[in-house]
Ligand binder design. Sequence first.
Ligand SMILES: C[S@@+](CC[C@H](N)C(=O)[O-])C[C@H]1O[C@@H](n2cnc3c(N)ncnc32)[C@H](O)[C@@H]1O
Length: 226
Amino acid sequence: MGKNKISRFAENLTFDHVVQPTFTQLVHEGLPQRGRWNELLFKRDAPLVLELGCGGGEYTVGLARLNPDRNYLGVDIKGARLWRGARTAKEEGLHNVGFLRTHVDHLLKCFGPQEVDEIWLTFSDPQIGKARKRLTSPLFLARYKEVLKPGGFIHLKTDSPLLYEYTLEQIAEHKLPIYEQSNEVYAELVPRVSPEEQAVLNIKTYYEQMWLEEGRTIHYVRFGMN
Ligand SMILES: C[S@@+](CC[C@H](N)C(=O)[O-])C[C@H]1O[C@@H](n2cnc3c(N)ncnc32)[C@H](O)[C@@H]1O
């Protein structure tokens, strides 16, 4: 393992706002934060927003800067990646940011029923040829339905036409409401929404910046589970 990774893992252990559950906690004991993220991590009651597969946490941190009255939790399996967001949040004194290092398959072990207000899926792996593993597969949608509050949102921002079209198909099949949709975020959607929404959509992740430099088009859909 590289020196960089080792020092990032070590620093993650010193952060109060990074939670790294053990297998025993997840499978046998139960995660103490489940159903109590606001109380135990953020120490205040506020809407809870997740970014699943957050990487360096650019959306988690960017949204937290824009909306200090909401609590943001980035989830990723890779500790060396989420370290970036955790470090930035600490340096900027953002008390509404946390990170959870775990596999997104453990979602129901980590969050209680109706604990979450919104979920962001940012540049998720399109899982070519493995539809079941996509973060908008029926399996994941069922999990989101359980943890989301009634009226909660899911945001998908992606460069992948495959994942975008697949998600629209799932939305149609499950008869879910769409609140916003565009297959061209920057040329079509950003110019027609409010300045507040523009600020949200203009946040760019590490992967998004790479794809934009390659000239790829960015797609977005915001939908609900009921
Ligand atoms: C393509 S990257 C996107 C990262 C970030 N959202 C961005 O846009 O820069 C996908 C991320 O999802 C994470 N990931 C993939 N599968 C995961 C899983 N099963 N559980 C948790 N994280 C996962 C990876 O570690 C990676 O950071």
